[in-house]
Structure formats: structure tokens, C-alpha cells
Ligand binder design. Structure first.
Ligand code: NDP
Ligand code: GDR
Length: 372
């Protein structure tokens, strides 16, 4: 018996199924991904499957289905023979529960572990600081400890963040001092140093990716880029007229998530473990993002944006712009998607989504005031 589980035929639930019979499967690398249901988890899963990996994801229990970003990858085991299904399995676990992490590692015995799970919203981390620290910092420590105690050697990737630089001015590189400005950022700094410590103390192959903001059509809808592009789509088709935002002058180095997961994988393929900054090396303000997104849709953002103080943070990170020269040189990594292309990709996606919502609204199946 084992605890492996998958989505049901709606692609959204979870139920008990037997694990992949290893003896019958061709030899392939095995990866374990925490946070598989998130933006990066879904892109990383696609990348690893395309490289021939067997991918195991850890998902937390939720009262709602939380597997929407994986629906295009998942095949119902009752409808599709196992030989035709991608080698991907989901298991329940939680970063706050060390026994679940140990059990998952013992069951899966991965070659590579990608720790992407987090309470990843900076503003929300002020509302739930204990929980954020528990999952982001202590969660990483729990997983590192489980990896260390495992009989099989495993390579470990830690999802670090440019938020760790906080108020230290740009450009920010691997040698820039951290000055975190939120409970989330402080917890990521702790996770960063736990990872360095496990590398130095136990010789673990453990890497920190210090990734600057990366976005996509799969970005959570309460991060500023997606909040803006969702609003552009809905305004364009007449489902809303206003969007409420906070600080428009903050600068971010925004890249495409699909490019960034490649850097994660590259880090674990090197001869030696190290830490790497991953960034486009360009900074744009939230206002510039507004101009690009509304402008692309033929709209003027000033007609639609209302400033609401509730979206300002107790402490802001004013300006982030990475120096990714180490990743370029040592990993051979560079971003493929630029700022304008990223904005257009997200706006195109969200106009299409809004058109689908509009059909439901026009047919009386949906209240136009209802947010997505
Ligand atoms: P998301 O918020 O989209 O995904 C976070 C994932 O973590 C989700 O799968 C979520 O599950 C899961 N999760 C949350 N809490 C727990 C928990 N207690 N136990 C297990 N899983 C949990 O984040 P991204 O994909 O954007 O980011 C991935 C990682 O990279 C995060 O660690 C983030 O902090 C970090 N990061 C992100 C950057 C970005 O710009 N996107 C930049 C730098 C770092 P559920 O789906 O159920 O919510
Ligand atoms: P960030 O992303 O905090 O950089 O963290 P977010 O999109 O939340 O904020 C970016 C900037 O936009 C400003 N802002 C608003 N932000 C949100 N969410 N909602 C608003 O209405 C709004 N108005 C203005 C913010 O003040 C901020 O300056 C993201 C997350 O993915 C982290 O997990 C990750 O570590 C970092 O990126 C790198």
C-alpha cells in the first residue's frame, strides 16, 4: 500500500491509486516538487516531463480543488491506460508537517527535490506572519532535514526570492546583502541560510535560486501583474470598469515563469552546488506595466485605475533589478521572453478568459459583479 494519489476525472479531486510499477518502467530520473499546484510548479512539471523525468508533486489539502494549473497535464487513470499517461503523481503533504515530508521522500526516493511551496504573497505575510514563517522558513528546514536523513543522495533546490534584497539598492547579485522588508522576505532569508548551512555542514547538493519576479498567464490573480491583466480583459469586454491598486511607483524586474523554471533545473545539473540570481536585468514600475497592458488593449489606464490605500504595504520594496551575470556565465541561462512580450501574452490570455466569462454572464449563468 502507498499514499500516492491523483486528480479524479474532473482533474480536480484526489483518490487512492497504486504507484508507478518501477520495475516495469524504463529507467528515468525522478523529481519531487513541492508547490506543484502553483504557477512555477506547473511550468517545472512540464519541463521535467519533457526531459523524460518521472515527476511526483506534493499538494496540500484544500477545501476547494487546487489542481487547476495541472489539468492539461493530468490524465484520469480510469480513462487512460498507464502507458499513455505522463509519469506524474500527486501526494498529499504539507510543509508544516515533517512526517508527511519524510513519508513522501521515502516513498518516491527522488533524485532531485524542488522546494517551491510557500505562502508566497508578500502583503498577506503581514496578516499571517507565524504561518508564513512556519511554511516558508521552517518548512524548508523540515524538508532539508528529511533530505539529509534519507538513505538516497538527493539534489535540493530552494526557491529563494529577490524580496530578500528588500531595501538594498539595485543592481542586486549573489553578493548583495539582504535587507528583508516583510515577514515573507525574512522567512525566505532564513530558508536561504538553512540551505547554505546544510550544504556546508552535511555536503548536501543544495542550491538557492534567487529569482526575481516572474509572471505568466498562470500567475495568481492577486499579484499585481495578473490583477492588472485580468482587469484589462474584463474592462475590454465590458465586465468591469475600475481596478483598485496600491503603490504604482514600485519597480520590479519581471520575467516569464516558463524561462525561470529552466534555470532551476540547470542549477541541479551542475558539477557543484551554488546559489544563483535569475533575472531579466530590466526594471519597470507598476505604472509602466499598467501603460503597457492597457495600451496593448487600446485602453488608457488612467480612466480605470483607482488608488486604494489598503493595497499599500507597511514596508515597501521600492526597486528590484537583478544582475544575472553568474547565471548567464555558469548556467548558460538567459531569458527568452521580454517585458512587452510577457505583458502581451498575459493580456491576450486574459481577454480570451474574459470573453468566456462574458458568454456565461450574457446567458444569465454568472453575476458580472462576481470576481473570477
Ligand atoms: P504560488 O503561490 O503560485 O504557489 C505556491 C505553492 O505552494 C502552491 O502550490 C501552494 O499550494 C503551495 N503551498 C502553500 N502553502 C503550502 C503548505 N503549507 N504546504 C504545502 N504546499 C503549500 O507561487 P509561485 O509558483 O509563484 O512561486 C513558487 C515559489 O517561488 C514560492 O516559494 C515563491 O515564494 C517563490 N518565488 C516566486 C517568485 C515569483 O515571482 N513567482 C519569485 C521568487 C520566489 P496551493 O495551490 O494549494 O495554494
Ligand atoms: P511582490 O509581487 O510583492 O513583488 O512579490 P506583487 O505582484 O504582489 O507586488 C508587486 C508590487 O506591486 C505593488 N502593488 C500591488 N501588489 C498587489 N499584489 N496588489 C495590488 O493591488 C498592488 N498595487 C500595487 C506592490 O506594493 C509591490 O510593490 C512577488 C511574489 O511572487 C513573491 O512570492 C516573490 O518572492 C517576489 O515576487 C519576487
Amino acid at each position: 500500500a502507498n499514499s500516492s494519489s491523483t486528480m479524479n476525472s474532473n482533474g480536480a479531486g484526489a483518490e487512492e491509486v497504486p504507484s508507478v510499477p518501477r520495475s516495469l518502467a524504463p529507467p528515468r530520473k525522478v523529481a519531487l516538487v513541492t508547490g506543484i499546484t502553483g504557477q512555477d510548479g506547473s511550468y517545472l512539471t512540464e519541463l521535467l516531463l519533457s526531459k523524460g523525468y518521472e515527476v511526483h508533486g506534493l499538494m496540500r489539502r484544500s477545501s476547494n480543488f487546487n489542481t487547476q494549473r495541472l489539468e492539461h497535464i493530468y490524465h484520469d487513470p480510469h480513462a487512460t491506460p498507464s502507458a499513455q499517461r505522463p509519469p506524474m503523481r500527486l501526494h498529499y503533504a504539507d510543509l508544516s508537517d515533517s512526517s508527511s515530508l519524510r513519508r513522501a521522500l521515502d516513498l518516491v526516493l527522488p533524485d532531485e527535490v524542488y522546494n517551491l511551496a510557500a505562502q508566497s504573497h508578500v502583503a498577506v505575510s503581514y496578516e499571517i506572519p507565524d504561518y508564513t514563517a512556519d511554511v516558508v522558513a521552517t518548512g524548508a528546514l523540515r524538508l532539508l532535514e528529511a533530505v539529509r536523513l534519507s538513505a538516497k543522495p538527493m539534489r535540493y533546490y530552494q526557491a529563494g526570492s529577490s524580496e530578500m534584497f528588500g531595501s538594498t539598492p539595485p543592481p542586486q547579485s549573489e553578493t548583495t546583502p539582504f535587507h528583508p522588508r516583510s515577514p515573507y522576505a525574512a522567512a525566505k532569508v532564513a530558508a536561504h541560510w538553512y540551505t547554505v548551512n546544510y550544504r556546508e555542514a552535511y555536503g548536501l547538493f543544495a542550491c538557492n535560486g534567487v529569482l526575481f519576479n516572474h509572471e505568466s498567464p498562470r500567475r495568481g490573480e492577486n499579484f499585481v501583474t495578473r490583477k492588472i491583466t485580468r482587469a484589462v480583459g474584463r474592462i475590454k469586454v465590458g465586465l468591469q470598469t475600475k481596478v483598485f491598486l496600491g503603490n504604482l511607483s514600485a519597480g520590479r524586474d519581471w520575467g516569464f515563469a516558463g524561462d525561470y523554471v529552466e534555470a532551476m533545473w540547470l542549477m541541479l545539473q551542475q558539477d557543484k552546488p551554488a546559489d544563483y540570481v535569475v533575472a531579466t536585468e530590466e526594471c519597470h514600475t507598476v505604472e509602466e506595466f499598467l501603460q503597457a497592458a492597457f495600451g496593448y488593449a487600446g485602453l488608457d489606464w488612467k480612466d480605470h485605475v483607482v488608488i486604494d490605500k489598503k493595497y499599500f504595504r507597511p514596508a515597501e520594496v521600492d526597486s528590484l533589478q537583478g544582475d544575472a551575470s553568474k547565471s548567464r556565465k555558469e548556467l548558460g541561462w538567459k531569458p527568452k521572453v521580454g517585458f512587452q512580450q510577457l505583458v502581451e501574452m498575459m493580456v491576450d490570455n486574459d481577454i480570451e478568459l474574459a470573453k468566456q466569462e462574458k458568454v456565461l454572464v450574457d446567458a444569465g449563468y454568472r453575476d458580472p459583479k462576481q470576481q473570477a
